[in-house]
Design a protein around this ligand. Structure first.
Ligand SMILES: [Mg+2]
Length: 143
């Protein structure tokens, strides 16, 4: 598959089920934030997101948010209630922060996926890092 082609496509993050993660042998799920896990302007995690994170974590999968958003305090405030570490200003499609997360949490590329809504940042960063590139439809058009 080419650099610009996601390995799997989903409608929304909720479609990435514990069963799929297990089947794909994914133990580390790196997630984009804006338009992937949250709507533009959403300041608190939705109930859907909290439930999904709980289920994914219950399946033994580590979740880390990796965002190009530079608003550190907003991100920390958003991610804290769901207990998910977040990396801001990640400069995707540069894959440095994806690799750093794998190093930090001790997972290999073949057991890692990057989930995001944008080809030019999320999918490309996943390809450069050698992890599974999973794309969701944007939760809302970027303003
Ligand atoms: Mg996004």
């Amino acid at each position: 598959m080419g650099l610009f082609h996601a390995d799997r496509k989903f409608e929304r993050f909720e479609d990435v089920t514990p069963e799929i993660l297990e089947h794909e042998c994914v133990k580390l799920l790196l997630c984009d934030l804006d338009n992937t896990l949250r709507l533009h302007g959403e300041t608190e995690p939705s109930d859907e997101l909290a439930v999904w994170i709980r289920d994914v974590r219950g399946a033994g999968v580590k979740v880390v948010v990796i965002s190009n958003n530079g608003r550190r305090k907003m991100m920390q405030k958003f991610c804290k209630p769901i207990g998910v570490p977040c990396v801001w200003w990640s400069k995707k499609p540069i894959s440095t922060k994806l690799t750093a997360a794998m190093d930090k949490y001790k997972f290999r590329p073949d057991e890692t996926a990057m989930l995001g809504d944008r080809v030019m940042t999320d999918v490309l960063a996943a390809k450069f890092a050698g992890v599974k590139a999973w794309k969701v439809e944007p939760r809302k058009d970027v303003i």
